[in-house]
Design a protein around this ligand. Structure first.
Ligand code: PLP
Length: 439
């Protein structure tokens, strides 16, 4: 099927059919087989496939100009998208910088933070503390901030080795501490790391508010969000939220940060922001950070495709669709329905150890023993086996085996935010059939 293709991609080891077309939450291969896109690809296709408004808006832009370099022209799509983005973010996040993907967004956020420090006489600050496990991207800068051993290992000697603290993964200390105590305890790791590194060297703390591929929709105790924000303020450390996966409505708010009333200093967006219609990402920051950088001569950073009018026209239509179809509210409501249905599986399948997440960023984890949360043996390859069984049945889900911090097979169930109750039943029927075959 694909063995003769020169395209270096996973297909060579794991043949997949050719994609033909998409419609709503469904994808079709060239044989006509239908799949439910139960993970929105890689948590990207938030408004579903072939959305007519987005396609029309992109077509209209294509008929005018597909590219105009940002130093040569202003464009309406980029300025309109920036204004729309700010209007949907919490107050205080009022400046936008465009990029073409998540890794670029994370690196841009970090570079903006660093330039802010330099511009405000804090040039000794350069360390960015992140967490283990975590995922922030594959380019060198983002990878150095990523806590996922298999991706880091080959490149370890080539990276600075930025400090990392343990994320409050679901299982750690849950039998001995209350939720609130767990949150405080894991937040204190940030303070300890700042002290150890030397507070005058610490630039920023970077975290995913709800874990994605790294931890399978891990949500920290509420107290963790508040306390980490306080610690950052205490030490003058900038707080960067990586909302590449959680942003643009996936968790039932435009930013996941809103669930805890947190306004980070800088936020990274991608995935659902372009929703699969164009490679698009952004950082959103407060003027407090941006103004000193502009006063000092401007942001010494930028990518050729940044803010191009075609991608921005897609992004603008995506945000309009989110707003006008109330898709963020739908993510919250359907997320509750889907989560309850997933939790219902736990009485039938003892090997489901945990169901977690927010909105439509949901996951379950498979374990050998629920009482001890012992993981399934690695050799079982549960995380690939269940995905393959589901794929055969026509259900696409996303899985990883977390390594680092703790080990476990988790499965993300993250349909597009347009999903209906009836479609959730379709997903559950296929998932149950897959779990029965897996058992
Ligand atoms: N940050 C998070 C939280 C992600 O989930 C991802 C991708 O999965 C990235 C960054 C990197 O995004 P990209 O693959 O678009 O570079």
């Amino acid at each position: 099927m694909t063995g003769d293709s020169p395209y270096l991609f996973y297909q060579s080891r794991n043949p997949r059919p050719y994609l033909d077309r998409g419609e709503g939450i469904y994808l079709y291969d060239e044989s006509g087989k239908r799949y439910i896109d139960g993970s929105s690809g890689a948590m990207v296709s938030n408004i579903g496939h072939s959305n007519p408004r987005v396609l029309a808006k992109m077509k209209a832009q294509m008929d005018k100009a597909t590219f105009g370099y940002r130093l040569h022209f202003r464009t309406h799509p980029s300025e309109d998208l920036a204004a729309k983005t700010v209007s949907m973010c919490p107050q205080g996040l009022d400046r936008v910088f465009f990029v073409s993907g998540g890794s670029e967004a994370v690196e841009s956020a970090v570079k903006l933070a660093r330039q802010y420090a330099v511009a405000t006489g804090q040039g000794t600050r350069y360390r960015v503390i992140s967490r283990f496990p975590s995922y922030h991207g594959c380019t060198f800068g983002a990878l150095d901030l990523t806590g996922y051993e298999p991706l880091r290992a080959p490149f370890a000697p080539m990276m600075e080795g930025m400090p990392k603290i343990t994320a409050p993964t679901t299982y750690l200390d849950r039998d001995t501490l209350t939720e609130e105590e767990r949150g405080f305890r894991y937040a204190e790791l940030l303070r300890e790391q700042i002290e150890e590194a030397g507070p005058e060297t610490v630039l920023a703390f970077l975290m995913e508010p709800v874990g994605g591929a790294s931890t399978g929709a891990l949500v920290a105790p509420d107290s963790y969000y508040q306390r980490t924000r306080e610690i950052c303020e205490e030490y003058g450390v900038l707080l960067i939220y990586d909302e590449v996966m959680t942003g643009a409505g996936r968790t039932g708010k435009f930013l996941a940060a809103e669930h805890w009333g947190i306004t980070p200093d800088i936020v990274a967006l991608s995935k659902g922001f372009g929703a699969g219609y164009a490679p698009l990402g952004a950082i959103v920051a407060s003027s407090r950070i941006v103004e000193p950088v502009l006063d000092a001569g401007g942001f010494q950073h930028g990518f050729t495709y940044a803010g191009n009018p075609l991608a921005c026209s897609a992004g603008l239509a995506v945000l309009e669709e989110l707003e006008e179809q109330n898709l963020i509210e739908n993510a919250a409501r359907m997320g509750d329905v889907l989560k309850a249905r997933l939790e219902g599986l736990m009485s039938r399948y003892q090997f489901i150890g945990d169901v977690r997440g927010k909105g439509l960023l949901l996951a379950f984890e498979l374990v050998a023993d629920r009482s001890t949360m012992e993981p399934l043996p690695r050799e079982l390859n549960a995380y690939t086996r269940l995905v393959e069984i589901a794929y055969e049945q026509g259900l696409i889900i996303y899985s990883r085996r977390t390594r680092g911090g703790y080990e476990g097979d988790h499965f993300l169930i993250c349909p597009p935010l347009i999903v209906t109750k009836a479609q959730i039943e379709e997903i559950m029927n296929l998932l149950e059939a897959s779990l029965s075959r897996f058992a």
